[in-house]
Design a protein around this ligand. Structure first.
Ligand SMILES: NC(=O)c1ccc[n+]([C@@H]2O[C@H](COP(=O)([O-])OP(=O)(O)OC[C@H]3O[C@@H](n4cnc5c(N)ncnc54)[C@H](O)[C@@H]3O)[C@@H](O)[C@H]2O)c1
Length: 411
């Protein structure tokens, strides 16, 4: 049994045993209230490849959303996903979709190059909430344009499948901010290399969440040298350095695993470690001075039934590890609440823009021979491309998804 499946099973058992301490921990609408709603949110998926299909499965499993339209460039995949999700309103692109129907919610899950056009078109046509995924863009000005367009139209602008939205990550952050473990005195980022704008978004958005602050200045070293060429995408670039936060705290940044690969925050009484799973908490010390790991007793994930329902429908593979986790569900639940009640998003488009900006500042500082770079960056034309798969999608980068996989029949 894969470790994630094991963890999932344990989570289910915990839920059964402890029964519902859930929504006391957050203001999220729980399954019962969602099931009792009379009107469902009408949802469109823009870009229905691997990730778009995952979004579609989550929305299909929710009691208060209904998939009404899909925009997908690839004609064969469009037909297949239409049949898979029972959606008849199928379009080639976002503009033809919006001409016919304005959904309440649009999930933009195209490759990153096409996100700007889709997000802005949705915002301008009266969609109540639009989400995007990582990385949000390559050029800072493009990310700004999306954030600004949504602000102007009053459209909720959500992030997507990021670990920042993970239920336990959100709870750890709330407890950290409440002072449960004392004052924060230090932070570090580990394994911040290889894909600083793609996967690195995860680290940066959790660092900002845990510290509740912005990065004010970046000093960075980059290797290998070829990866610092201006036109080179972020693949393979290893960044070591230091972030100065505007709270006065400093963050040590390690490009490789230490052996950890996430974010650490230490406080007067504890160490909080996010390492691509539920944050571990260490508090108190043994005779040798080593910290003890304690059971944080996180509130059970409230959407487990829906998550279980999805398990059979989604191929969980090593190449798609995100399928086995819960954070797209909590991301979408916080998005729905933000659309309905104006509550805070677990991950927003603004967060993704901030992450892109920090990643760009890292490469710039390294290119300039470790010169400190102040944020916000003045030059909004600065650009950092993600690796080609993220930027252009699988069809044009030699990793097309087969029709069988798009139909949900095999991974
Ligand atoms: N958050 C995460 O964990 C995570 C994981 C994987 C991918 N992603 C991101 O999700 C995005 C999509 O990745 P994917 O794995 O689904 O790629 P994919 O290639 O499997 O799917 C992209 C789909 O979008 C369609 N498309 C492209 N441009 C379009 C347009 N303008 N309008 C409509 N459809 C369009 C393609 O035909 C394709 O079916 C990328 O930005 C990637 O970085 C995020």
């Amino acid at each position: 049994m894969y470790r994630r499946q094991f963890l999932l099973k344990s989570a289910v058992l915990t839920l059964a045993a402890t029964n519902l301490r859930c929504s006391s921990a957050t203001s999220l609408t729980g399954p019962e209230e969602a099931s009792s709603k009379k009107k469902k949110h009408r949802v469109a998926i823009i870009g229905c490849g691997r990730m778009g299909q995952y979004y579609a499965e989550v929305y299909r499993a929710m009691p208060d959303t209904e998939l009404v339209a899909i925009a997908e460039w690839n004609p064969e995949r469009r037909k297949v996903v239409g049949e898979r999700f029972g959606v008849k309103a199928l379009y080639r692109d976002v503009n033809s979709l919006l001409k016919d129907t304005v959904p309440d919610i649009a999930a933009v899950v195209t490759p990153s190059k096409y996100m700007k056009e889709a997000v802005i078109a949705c915002a301008q046509s009266g969609v109540k909430g639009v989400s995007t995924d990582k990385p949000i863009a390559a050029k800072l000005a493009d990310a700004d344009a999306m954030v600004d367009a949504c602000k102007k139209s009053g459209t909720v602008f959500a992030g997507g499948n990021l670990q920042r939205a993970k239920w336990d990550v959100q709870e750890a952050a709330r407890r950290l901010h409440s002072g449960e473990w004392g004052k924060t005195i230090g932070t570090s980022v580990h394994g911040f290399g290889g894909e600083i704008s793609g996967g690195g978004c995860q680290h940066l958005s959790i660092l900002r969440l845990f510290t509740k602050t912005e990065v004010d200045e970046v000093i960075a070293w980059g290797s290998p040298l070829e990866a610092l060429a201006p036109e080179k995408d972020d693949a393979g670039l290893i960044i070591n350095g230091l972030f100065k936060l505007n709270s006065g705290l400093k963050t040590s940044v390690f490009g490789k695993k230490t052996p950890y690969s996430g974010v650490e925050v230490w406080t007067e009484n504890a160490l909080i470690r996010w390492n691509w799973a539920s944050p571990q908490i260490y508090s108190g010390k043994d005779n040798s001075g080593a910290r003890h790991e304690i059971d944080p007793n996180y509130a059970p994930f409230p959407w487990t039934d829906f998550f279980e329902k999805m398990q059979g429908t989604i191929p969980s593979t090593d190449s798609a590890p995100w399928y086995g986790d819960d954070y797209l569900i909590s991301s979408i639940r916080s998005f729905i609440d933000a659309v309905e009640k104006g509550t805070e998003l677990f991950i927003s488009g603004h967060d993704l823009r901030q992450a892109l900006e920090i990643a760009i500042a890292c490469k710039l500082s390294a290119q300039l021979g470790n010169r400190p770079v102040k944020l916000p960056l003045q030059d909004r034309s600065l650009t950092l491309y993600p690796r080609p798969y993220r930027w252009l999608g699988g069809d044009v980068t030699n990793r097309p998804q087969s029709p069988e996989a798009a139909a949900g029949k095999k991974s």
